[in-house]
Design a protein around this ligand. Structure first.
Ligand code: MG
Length: 316
């Protein structure tokens, strides 16, 4: 019925419901920023939740659009913040998945012009993808005379806190070639920063280039399905037995919807319960995709059920 209000989703996940969910799901996907940590502080209880899930035999993966670090740097951060027994294959960042896409899907032989941080450069280098963009510009170079590399056949845009006009201009020039691939690590619009500040996200940089190039980028990170396809192809994960835990409705929850997995919104990050309920109560059909199945205040809400299950199954 046109204009009918949705009333499903946003269910509080507590007690028996939580135990039932954990029983039926064999794989748990966590976003990182705003879910298991904020900046350099772990969400209280998050390391224990991850550890207990693993002890219960669940597969745990971390799917993050944050492309600023390579995966080995993530391992250091996990360790520093008290998470134990995390291995590199548990971590899927948009930088790593962009490298996988360029190597295994696009099968690029030519060079990729990168706008991004070290995380992107390192992952592409480790995947054997030829990269340009990191080298310093010729002193005094302008958009009229800066050198361009005729071997560039793809442009990849990620988060870049050193972005300047010359970099954007070069990318625009490469994208004039209709055969030049145009990829983005993600479309996150902005990021929360300490003391109430915010910074522009990759999505804002991608929007500038899309406007200039007159075409849309292919997005590798959430909410695109590709990160899930990376996990499913390597580890045989079944969407029906998977749950995605995230803090951003338009990224994490939409990702879960796109991949056919149940979703949990945790309220320690960007999105609020009111925003989730707003999507739920909206008459716009397309907004159903941003409605989480479940809501928790924090991932620490998983602890009682996990500890209880441990007592019931002391052999685990
Ligand atoms: Mg997040």
């Amino acid at each position: 019925m046109a204009g009918a209000m949705r009333r499903h989703g946003c269910r509080r996940l507590l007690g028996t419901h939580l135990k039932d969910l954990l029983y039926t799901k064999h794989c748990v996907l966590f976003d990182c920023d705003g879910v298991i940590w904020n900046d350099e502080k772990a969400v209280v209880g998050a390391p224990e939740v991850v550890s207990l899930l693993k002890k219960h035999g669940k597969s745990v993966f971390f799917v993050t659009n944050n492309c600023t670090r390579p995966r080995d740097s993530y391992l250091h951060k996990f360790s520093r913040l008290g998470f134990s027994e995390i291995v590199q294959s548990d971590v899927l960042s948009s930088a790593y998945c962009s490298a996988v896409y360029l190597r295994d899907v696009a099968k690029v032989q030519d060079k990729v012009y990168v706008i991004g941080c070290d995380g992107v450069y390192t992952e592409l280098h480790e995947a054997g993808v030829p990269v340009v963009g990191k080298e310093p510009d010729v002193p005094g170079a302008t958009i009229y005379d800066c050198p361009l590399d005729s071997d560039v056949k793809a442009v990849l845009v990620g988060y870049d806190d050193k972005l300047n006009f010359l970099k954007l201009a070069k990318a625009c020039c490469y994208l004039q070639d209709p055969d030049c691939l145009f990829l983005a690590t993600d479309r996150d619009p902005w990021h929360p920063r300490p003391r109430g500040r915010v910074s522009p996200g990759t999505g804002s940089l991608v929007a500038a280039l899309e406007t200039a190039a007159g075409r849309k980028a292919t997005v590798i990170g959430k909410p695109s399905r590709f990160m899930f396809e990376c996990i499913a192809s390597q580890f045989g994960v079944d969407p029906a037995h998977t749950v995605m835990v995230g803090d951003r409705l338009e990224t994490d929850i939409l990702f879960g919807w796109n991949c056919g997995v149940d979703t949990v919104l945790t309220l320690t990050g960007v999105s609020t319960l009111e925003q989730a309920q707003g999507y739920r109560d909206s008459p716009a059909p397309e907004e159903a995709a941003c409605v989480p199945n479940y809501v928790v205040d924090t991932v620490a809400d998983f602890l009682p059920a996990l500890n209880e299950e441990r007592k019931e199954n002391p052999a685990n």
